[in-house]
Design a protein around this ligand. Sequence first.
Ligand code: ARG
Length: 469
Amino acid sequence: MTEQPASTANQMWGGRFAAGPDAIMEAINASIGFDQRLYAQDIRGSRAHAAMLAAQGIISTSDADAIGEGLLTVLSEIEKGGFPFSTALEDIHMNVESRLKEIIGEPAGRLHTARSRNDQVATDFRLWVRDQCDATIDGLDALIRAALGQAEKGADWVMPGFTHLQTAQPVTWGHHMMAYVEMFGRDLSRFRDARKRMNESPLGAAALAGTGFPIDRHATAAALGFDRPMANSLDAVSDRDFALEYLSSAAICAVHLSRLAEELVIWSSAQFRFVTMSDRFSTGSSIMPQKKNPDAAELIRAKIGRILGAAVALFVVMKGLPLAYSKDMQEDKEQVFDAADNLMIALAAMTGMLSDLTANRDRLEAAAGSGFSTATDLADWLVREAGLPFRDAHHVTGTLVAMAEKSGVDLPELTLEQMQSVNPAITADIFNVLGVHNSVASRMSYGGTAPAQVRAQIARWNEMLGEKA
Ligand code: ARG
């Protein structure tokens, strides 16, 4: 590039530069295209910083007042839309400060005393991710309530429980729904934990070493709702573990969403017909008039791809970075923004889909009894009532299943004589355990599928949610 006149040097840091950046340099360096999403957090952080500088006698109260007011003007200008963000000004921090200077003049230059963009961006981003944790916690709360609603409605509806997607034992619809309530409940607690750990203020760490100005980091931490200032300035500006924790929690949550989405795709197929999706959460086909497609579920199922991708991307960015700040870290934001946007829409879509979903009780019950689903109950009866060792009972039952399969009937349709031909200890009492309702009702172990157990868990959840509301 040919040398450019000194006037093109960056107005924020161009003092030692004779020339402005190459166009490519500007393009790779600028983050304003995405970090403008941090404007509210940036202005909030700057206002807290300016007020603290004045309280500590580092700048005058009148300058701090002008800065505080001016920043509010910038905030409302950005919120109105059409704010002229400039790539030459690199990022949200310099765009805001530059506009502040246009509005209030000289005092704007005092805002950056005892501060660096390194602690500024760490503060802004923590505030943003913290807000996102709160939004995610609310989203999960709504989703848990939707799943609880399904569980309450069908606490004693029977359905097939699967292992290897082969019929295993009858379970209840409520039990299946409550399994997801537990998963989403752990997700919720992961975001709560992450929020708690990230709630410390980097502001005042300055570039990396702290500052010689008599700042009050406890005051800015409190003003921004942080529990305390971070205790090490190098750590404060150079770690992004809070973002990694958010992304990890988001990825685990997305896995849970994806598994439920997959079940809804299977269950809504013509072969299963376990559930009917509402029209509001289905789409049609432009060529096949009969089609009602579970697109929302499919898209939720896919979201784990980009959310986990974002987590992996940031892990790789951070690995091997020496302390303290490196520009690599500017690559943290797009990953988190994309993951957050997609997690929020996935949570909302799943909540809507679940709330609207009709579980087809009769169809679930018919399927629950097929596939010799009560074979384990039969074996357990032989152990309990006929004193057989479980391995022998397993063998006898296997023989009976083969017999039923050969005759094209289900286990309860075998005659007592047929059963006694395999093991004479069998009595008519066996038929009491072969029905699917008896089967689920018998599984009273804590956390088991018996409706009474499921209702106890629903009550526990309702109580916990009620306490929180
Ligand atoms: N836009 C930058 C980022 O997101 C802000 C921090 C810049 N700091 C620096 N020393 N150049 O990381």
